[in-house]
Ligand binder design. Structure first.
Ligand code: DAH
Length: 340
């Protein structure tokens, strides 16, 4: 038996040396159902009692040897293969753009990134908001309790569990105040939803970008400065802003912020309906009740907030007259931001 095994070992070593990637065949011919090692095992029963035990041990040792060698070989081959793939022509540079059909960012994404960059450069953090919100965050925490008439204007999609698709990015105010406390400077863009009759300027799904600055001695002049700087940078023109009185339950005083019409520079045109101004961003000083609900000490801190209509800003920047195009998935339309 020893001689048989020694010969088989020599045969196996030779075959393995030349096996290369075809070692599976070798494995079958030695360890398979009709393989040489298996055959040896089967022949054991013909060996007389005394010698059978030693022969069994020898065959087993050889079997283990074959298995170990094959495994070692397989690992070596796999490693060589990988090395070849890494170094060879198979290397693909995924950063090289394809010749055609390069994707583009959505117009709203482009504008959102621009606004974020400007605010970041002024020390603001950018936070994410939820799209599904609690009734408390969306309404109560911003001073719109149940039965407040302001809820009517923001009819939305309610879930069976009592939560809502958020109607305004203001829904993030309470969570952010609780997270950062005062002082803080945060912007939080997000997708909002309302039960709207859809037309060229109304959508049930749109984007806002909310901002809050809370600290000591924050006042309306700060609000005007930040908005003027941001809008002039994003619209790439030196623009003026003006405030008109407005009403929102979560700000006191509340304003409508207008910007000089970027299309006519304030002289009056079709876009600004000859007025020279475009209404762009509701804002105000955060209502003390909202700060209190957010855990802020109102004897020390105050702040401003604004709710920029990101969809509106994108439409203005790119002179888009039809809001529905933005959610349309219409590639010829959407890909125009590529070259801007
Ligand atoms: N959440 C308001 C809306 O969607 C917009 C708004 C107004 C946000 C005034 C503010 C604000 O932060 O101060 O109509």
């Amino acid at each position: 038996m020893k001689e048989i095994i020694d010969n088989l070992k020599i045969e196996f070593d030779n075959l393995l040396q030349n096996a290369g990637e075809n070692y599976e065949e070798l494995k079958v011919s030695f360890l398979g159902k009709k393989g040489k090692v298996t055959e040896l095992m089967q022949n054991l029963r013909d060996i007389p009692g005394e010698q059978r035990r030693d022969a069994g041990i020898a065959i087993n040792n050889f079997k283990q040897y074959v298995e170990a060698k094959l495994e070692e070989h397989a690992k070596k081959i796999e490693a060589q293969k990988l090395e070849r793939e890494i170094n060879s022509a198979e290397r693909i540079d995924i950063t090289v753009p394809t010749a055609e059909k390069v994707g583009s960012l959505h117009p709203i994404t482009v504008v959102q990134k621009e606004v974020e960059e400007v605010f970041k450069s002024m020390g603001f953090m950018v936070e994410d908001g939820n799209e599904v919100e609690t009734e408390f965050n969306n309404f109560d925490a911003v001073n719109v309790p149940r039965n407040h008439p302001a809820r009517d204007m923001q009819d939305t999609f309610w879930l069976d569990n009592g939560e809502v698709l958020k109607t305004q990015t203001s829904a993030g105010q309470n969570r952010i105040l609780r997270k950062y406390g005062a002082p803080c400077r945060v912007i939080f863009p997000g997708r909002c939803f309302r039960n709207e009759s859809v037309d060229a300027s109304h959508e049930n799904t749109f984007f806002q970008l909310e901002g809050m600055m809370v600290g000591k001695d924050i006042n309306v002049a700060n609000l005007i400065y930040f908005m003027k700087t941001m809008l002039s940078k994003v619209l790439k023109r030196d623009l003026d802003v003006r405030l008109r009185p407005g009403f929102f339950p979560f700000t006191e005083p509340s304003f409508e912020l207008d910007v000089t019409c970027p299309f006519c520079g304030g002289k009056g045109c079709q876009t600004c309906k000859q007025g020279g101004w475009i209404e762009l961003c509701p804002c105000g000083m955060i209502h003390p009740e909202v700060l209190r609900m957010g855990g802020v000490d109102t004897t020390k801190y105050q702040g401003f907030a604004f709710g920029l209509g990101l969809t509106r800003l994108a439409m203005m920047k790119y002179n888009i007259k039809e809001i529905r195009l933005l959610n349309s998935g219409n590639l010829p339309f959407l890909s125009q931001t590529k070259t801007r």
